[in-house]
Design a protein around this ligand. Structure first.
Ligand code: PFF
Length: 451
C-alpha cells in the first residue's frame, strides 16, 4: 500500500476536481431533458430545495468520511466500523457498473463533435443519423475506445498532476463556454417563450413523480453514493474548509445544470414552437433535437461544435472521477500500483463498454426486465444501488458510527454552521426520502405505476 497518500494541492484544486466530477453528462444531457419533461420551472424549484437539503447532507458526509479515514470507500467504511464494509463494496459495485456505460455515452459525444467539426451538420440533424450510429458495431466502439483512453491517461498520471490539472483547465473553460452559448441561445427570436416555460413554476404540474425524478437526478448529478466523493475527500487536505467547499461544489453543479437548460430548452422552443413532443424527447434531446436546432441556427455549425466540445470536457472530468474511484478502491484494498490498476481497469471498461455498446446493435436481443443493456445498468446503479447505498450511509453514520465523526472533520476548520439541521436530515429525512426513491423505482420497473 502507498504510505503517503496523494492530495489535491489546495482548496481550489479540490473544489474544481470535485465539481469536475459532479458536472458532467448529468448536467448537460440529463438535467435539461428532465426539466423539459417534468414541467420546467416546477422541476427546477424542487431540485433546488433538494440540492440544499439532501444533496448537502450526503455530500458533506461522504467527503468527511474520506478525509477522516484517508481511504477510499471499502477501506474507509471498514476502518470506521467493521460491520459496514459492505457499504463500500456496494459503492465499488456501483462505480464499476457506471464507468463503462458512462464512457459509451462519452464516445457518442466524441462522434458528434467530430461530425460538427467536419461540417456535417445537415447529416447530424437527420433523425436516422443517431439511430444509425448507435446501432452500428465498429464505429461506436471506436469512439468509445478513444474516450476511455483519454480518461485512463489522466488517471494514470495521478491525482495532482493528472486530475487536478485537467480540472483546473477544463472547468473554467466549461463555464465560459456554457455562459456564452446560453446567452446566445436565449437571445434568439422566439426563445423568450422557452425561458418562461423553463423558469416559471407551473404548480399544477407538481406531483410525487416530479420530486422523485428530481431526487434521482440529484444523486446522479452530484456523484453521490458510489464512493467518488469519499475518494476525493481522502485527497483533501485537513486545512481546507469542508463545509464551505461542499457549498461551492453544489453551487457549481447546480448552476451548470440550470445554465445547460438555458442552452437547450429555449433552443427547442425556437425550433419547435415548444410542442410537447419535442420537449419530451428524453435522452435523445441532446443527440437528435439539438443538431436540428443547430442546423436551423445562424452559425449553427460553429455553435454546435463548441457545444459538443463543452459536453466532452464535462463528460471527461466525470469519467476521470469514476475511473479514479475504481482505481483508488483497488489500490487501497489490494495494494496494487496505480499504473497496474489503471491498466487493468481500462481493459475491464473496454470489454464491458463494448458489450454495452453492442446492446444497441447486434446484441439488442438481450433484454433484462424489458430493458436493453445500457438502460438496465443505468437502472441497477442509479435507481437501486445508489439509493440503497445512500440509505445505508445515513443509517450507519447516523445511528452506529455516529455523526460525531462528521462534526469532528467539519469542525477542524471552524464552526459547523448547520449542525442540527444536518443531524435531522442525516438520521430521519434523508433515509425516508431515499426509501421512497427505491420503492418508486421498483414499482415503475415492475409496471405498477407509469411515469
Ligand atoms: N455526476 C456526473 C454527471 O453529472 O454526469 C456523473 C457521475 C460521475 C456520477 C461520477 C457518479 C460519479 F461517481
Amino acid at each position: 500500500m502507498e504510505n503517503k497518500r496523494s492530495s489535491f494541492s489546495n482548496t481550489l484544486g479540490f473544489v474544481l476536481a470535485a465539481a469536475g466530477s459532479a458536472v458532467g453528462l448529468g448536467n448537460l444531457w440529463r438535467f435539461p431533458y428532465l426539466a423539459a419533461k417534468y414541467g420546467g420551472g416546477i422541476f427546477i424549484l424542487v431540485y433546488l430545495i433538494l440540492a440544499v437539503t439532501l444533496g448537502f447532507t450526503l455530500m458533506i458526509t461522504e467527503i468527511a468520511i474520506g478525509r477522516r479515514t484517508g481511504l477510499s470507500a471499502i477501506n474507509a467504511f471498514q476502518k470506521l466500523d467493521k460491520r459496514f464494509g459492505i457499504i463500500g463494496y456496494l459503492a465499488c459495485a456501483a462505480s464499476f457498473i457506471i464507468t463503462p456505460y458512462y464512457c459509451v455515452i462519452g464516445g457518442w459525444v466524441v462522434k458528434y463533435l467530430i461530425t460538427f467539426l467536419t461540417g456535417n451538420v445537415v447529416a447530424a440533424a437527420e433523425e436516422e443519423y443517431y439511430n444509425g450510429f448507435i446501432t452500428g458495431s465498429a464505429e461506436p466502439i471506436l469512439w468509445f475506445g478513444v474516450f476511455v483512453l483519454f480518461t485512463a491517461v489522466v488517471v494514470m498520471i495521478g491525482v495532482e498532476k493528472g486530475i487536478e490539472r485537467a480540472s483546473c483547465v477544463l472547468m473554467p473553460v466549461l463555464i465560459v463556454l456554457t455562459v456564452a452559448i446560453a446567452l446566445y441561445c436565449v437571445t434568439r427570436p422566439g426563445a423568450m417563450e422557452g425561458v418562461k416555460y423553463y423558469l416559471l413554476p407551473d404548480f399544477s404540474r407538481f406531483s410525487a413523480t416530479t420530486v422523485l425524478a428530481a431526487m434521482g437526478q440529484l444523486f446522479y448529478s452530484m456523484s453521490l453514493a458510489m464512493g467518488t466523493m469519499i475518494t476525493y475527500g481522502s485527497y483533501m487536505k485537513k486545512e481546507d474548509n469542508l463545509e464551505k467547499s461542499v457549498r461551492q461544489i453544489e453551487l457549481f453543479d447546480t448552476a451548470l445544470a440550470i445554465l445547460a437548460g438555458f442552452m437547450i430548452v429555449p433552443s427547442v422552443f425556437v425550433f419547435s414552437g415548444g410542442n410537447e413532443e419535442a420537449l419530451g424527447k428524453g435522452p435523445s434531446l441532446m443527440f437528435v433535437t439539438m443538431p436540428k436546432v443547430f442546423e436551423n441556427m445562424k452559425f449553427g455549425s460553429i455553435i454546435g461544435t463548441v457545444f459538443f466540445l463543452l459536453v466532452l470536457f464535462a463528460a471527461l472530468t466525470s469519467s476521470i472521477s469514476l475511473m479514479e474511484t475504481n482505481v483508488s478502491i483497488v489500490c487501497d484494498k489490494w495494494g496494487w500500483s496505480r499504473k497496474r490498476t489503471t491498466a487493468l481497469t481500462t481493459v475491464y471498461v473496454l470489454i464491458m463498454g463494448a458489450v454495452i455498446s453492442l446492446g444497441y446493435g447486434s446484441l439488442n436481443f438481450i433484454r433484462i426486465l424489458g430493458m436493453g443493456l445500457l438502460d438496465f445498468f443505468d437502472f441497477i446503479s442509479n435507481s437501486i444501488l445508489m439509493p440503497v447505498i445512500g440509505i445505508l450511509t445515513c443509517i450507519s453514520i447516523g445511528f452506529f458510527i455516529k455523526p460525531q465523526v462528521v462534526y469532528d472533520e467539519v469542525e477542524i476548520n471552524g464552526e459547523f454552521k448547520v449542525k442540527r439541521f444536518y443531524t435531522v436530515m442525516l438520521k430521519w429525512i434523508a433515509p425516508v426520502c431515499l426509501i421512497l426513491i427505491v420503492l418508486f423505482a421498483v414499482a415503475e420497473a415492475a409496471g405498477w405505476i407509469q411515469v
